[in-house]
Structure formats: C-alpha cells, structure tokens
Design a protein around this ligand. Structure first.
Ligand code: MN
Ligand code: MN
Length: 458
C-alpha cells in the first residue's frame, strides 16, 4: 500500500499553519520539561481559550450546559478538559488522551554526597532509558521543594544562558578497554547516574567540605536545607531548548517529545474547537512511563470522578448515566510511535512501520510477544476513523512498534477500554524515542493536530 510523503502536498497556506503550530509546539516544550510544568502551561492556555476551573464551578454551585468549557487538574500533574456539546452527553464523548511525563533522572530522597572532593546528586532514573545515552550531556534540574510548613520553592537551574548546568561523567576512552567490552546495558550502570554539582570546599569545614559548601549555597540561594530534599521532586532533564533539525528545517529535535508531541497537538485541537456536537474531552496524564500508576496516572479514578462531577454540574448525575457516557465514548489514545530508522532497518518490518512525514500513525494494537498487554481496537472503529480522516484529507499511516517479538510497549489505551468504549492507539512517529533528544517530523505534528480536530468534530 502506497502512502506518500505529505510535504509535497502542502500549499502556501498549509505551510504557514504548519510552521506556526510547530513554533508554538517548541515553545510548549521549552516551558514544559516536567509533568507539572506541562500541566501549568495547559491550564494557562485553557484559560486563555475561555476554559474555567471545574472546582470553581462546583464551589459556586453553578450549572453547566452545552457550549461550556471546563477543566479539572489533579495534583498539578494531570488535567481533564471538557467542551460540552449540543448532543445529549449520554450518547458519549469524543476523547483525546496523551501523557505528559517523560523519561528522566529523578533525585533520590537523600541525594547529596561528596566523594574525593567532588559533590554529587544521586538519582534514580524514571521510565525506560538506555543509560549510556545520559552521560556527558548538559543537564538541568527542574522541580519543587516543599517545606514542612507547606511552602514551596520552584527550582529551575540550567536553562538560562548564564545558569550553571550539571553533568554525569563517563570514563575517558583511553582507559575504557574493559568498559567497552561490556554489554551496552551494563556499560553505564543505573547507580552511576549521579550529577556532578561542585568542587569548592567550605572554609574551615572539618568533613565533606565541598558538600558543606553546596549546602551553604542552597541555603543562601533557595533557603533549603539537606532535610528538605526529603519532600522534593527534582528531575534532571537535558538542558536547552527545542530546535529545528535539518538543513531543510523539516524536523524538531527536543527532549520529552514522548509524549508531549501528542499532548500538545491534542490540547491545541481541543482549545481550537469552535462548536461541537458530541462533548469533546482531552485528558493529559502523568506516570505513563512507569505503568500509569498513582493518583495522577491514567489508572487513577480521577478521570471517572471528574466526569461524575461534570454530569452533576449539568444537573443530571446518576451512576447509570455515568456508565453510559463512558461506554458510548470514543477515544484516540495518543502516544508516540517508533519511526522507521534506516540505520536500524532490521528492527522494523517495512510494510508495517511508521515513516516520517507520512502523517499520524494508527496502531490497531501494540503489545509484545503475541500482542500481550495490547488494546486491540475494533475493525468497525478503525473503519469509522478512516472515513473521518479521508473526508478531512488528514494524512495517516498504520504501523506496529517494530518486528514481531522484537520488544514492545504500553500506552493508556487499555485503561479507558475498561469502560467498554471504543479506543485506538495513535500518535506521532519519533526517532530516538526515550533518548535525551528525540526527533519528530514537523509535518507529522501538523497532521496529528488536524487528525484530532477532525475527530472532535465527528
Ligand atoms: Mn509514551
Ligand atoms: Mn514512552
């Protein structure tokens, strides 16, 4: 089946739209390098687009009706947005879902130590990474430190031009004869992923003088003590901004595009939607990279509870109604797909691989070893989507994640499918997925947004 590189089909107007969207997407990536930062940015954009906080609506005892737009945030790490349609909500919603957490290195609860006059912050990696990719790179620290009195200090170090950055060292090649014989999974061990943060000793300190100096600086600059690390969430991420990639500027090179590329395009389509018949919904969740667990992951009742609150505000809550709304809903569960990489062609099956600039990717199923763990979408639903996308002339392709039995991966699709709704996996193709710097095609970003917009209007 022939599917074409979509760049050659664009006229002037579409190219201008594509560039604008991708510019805004890069700005979103720069402002959102952690799940909290992404949700904060989503709230800002939603408010600009006329969305109101559902918690305020509830507090004021207001009622909601067709045309109203609300959002609900869970612990600053997940959000659900709703745009109430003209049709009875019991007929179901059109739901877009994606995740905003990305692989990174989290500081341990007791992270600070000194060894041989060098101070370090010890980390535990989050999500699946190839550890050898995270050494000898400039890293930034993002996150919050919460004190016992509940006050919070937001921390971002390493993004501004004059900021210091951090680094994880690697052994010089001259002495690496032994290391280079090791398996790649063992060449750099998880416990060796510690951030180098200082070398100046505190005057007159008796022991661990470099560490003491760091603590003095932390106290002076951020008013935090070593104990405060116990209640902190600090994430080391690649330092620097998202950039265009290639002489032709056809791609974007950035950290955290899994899955912020789908999250941002879903959000944009949601905020852009003018009038909708079926109630539109967009969910951006946390913790996908570690199994969608926790209160802010997709497995949490947060989403279901929010829909219950929404129905209640519409003056029409019942347990049965809630179940019908969910069961009659349709969802695009978006997560990035592996783009075919000619350098590693043997990992892919060419007929069922995703290609850069061939549009948004649909995965009828994901999973590994005989589709295990997959939400296998129904043929009827895929047929309906084909009709919608062809009508709106959205470029799309279908793919599997690599060859049979080469590996696999999970998404949030199976969790929403528990309600008995139609769900399918889709998303944008990425090169170097889960590496510190990932690459996508700008055309695919554009087609993803167009796909989501067409879906919400369906
Ligand atoms: Mn993902
Ligand atoms: Mn991932």
């Amino acid at each position: 089946m022939e599917r074409k590189n979509v760049w050659s089909s664009y006229g002037k107007k579409q190219l201008a739209e594509l560039e604008k969207l991708n510019k805004n997407y890069r700005a979103f990536l720069d402002r959102g390098k952690t799940e909290r930062e992404c949700i904060r940015e989503a709230v800002r954009l939603a408010q600009e687009a006329g969305y109101r906080d559902l918690k305020d609506v509830i507090k004021k005892g207001e009622t909601l009706q067709s045309g109203d737009k609300v959002y609900n945030v869970c612990m600053e790490k997940a959000i659900a947005l709703f745009h109430i349609g003209s049709k009875d909500i019991e007929k179901g919603m059109n739901i877009l879902g994606a995740h905003v957490d990305s692989p990174r290195l989290d500081l341990k609860q007791n992270p600070l130590y000194e060894d041989t006059e060098l101070a370090y912050l010890d980390t535990h990696y989050y999500g699946g990474i190839k550890k050898y990719q995270w050494v000898t790179l400039p890293l930034a620290l993002h996150g919050v430190v919460v004190k016992k009195d509940g006050s919070r200090t937001e921390i971002v170090i390493g993004e501004k031009e004059n900021d210091p950055a951090f680094c994880i060292t690697d052994l010089l090649v001259h002495l690496s004869a032994e290391q280079l014989e090791k398996k790649a999974s063992k060449a750099v061990e998880g416990e060796a992923l510690d951030l180098l943060i200082g070398n100046i000793p505190l005057k007159d300190a008796e022991k661990d003088a470099v560490k003491e100096n760091i603590l003095a600086l932390l106290k002076e600059q951020y008013d935090i003590t070593e104990e405060d690390f116990l209640s902190a969430e600090l994430e080391a991420v690649p330092a620097g901004k998202a950039r265009e990639c290639g002489i032709d500027r056809s791609m974007i090179l950035a950290y955290g595009q899994d899955d912020r590329v789908c999250a941002y395009t879903s959000l944009e389509a949601m905020l852009d939607a003018k009038k909708v018949k079926r109630t539109a919904c967009c969910i951006l969740v946390d913790k996908e990279e570690i199994g969608s667990v926790g209160a802010t992951g997709m497995q949490s009742r947060f989403f279901e509870n929010t829909v219950a609150e929404l129905l209640n505000c519409m003056g029409d809550y019942s347990e049965l109604k809630l179940r019908r709304v969910l069961a009659n809903s349709r969802m695009l569960s978006s997560d990035v797909s592996a783009a075919f990489d000619p350098a590693y062609a043997s990992a892919f099956e060419k007929k069922n691989a995703a290609y850069f600039s061939h549009g948004i990717v649909f995965n009828k199923y994901t999973g590994a070893r005989g589709k295990s763990g997959s939400n296998d979408a129904n043929a009827e639903y895929m047929a309906q989507l084909r009709a919608t996308l062809d009508k709106s002339q959205v470029a799309y392709q279908t793919a599997e994640l690599g060859k049979v039995d080469f590996g696999g991966g999970g998404t949030i699709a199976y969790i929403l499918a528990l309600y008995g709704m139609q769900v399918i996996d889709c998303g944008v193709a990425v090169l170097n997925m889960h590496a510190p710097w990932e690459i996508v095609s700008k055309a695919d970003v554009y087609e993803a947004k167009r796909c989501y917009a067409a879906f919400l209007q369906d």
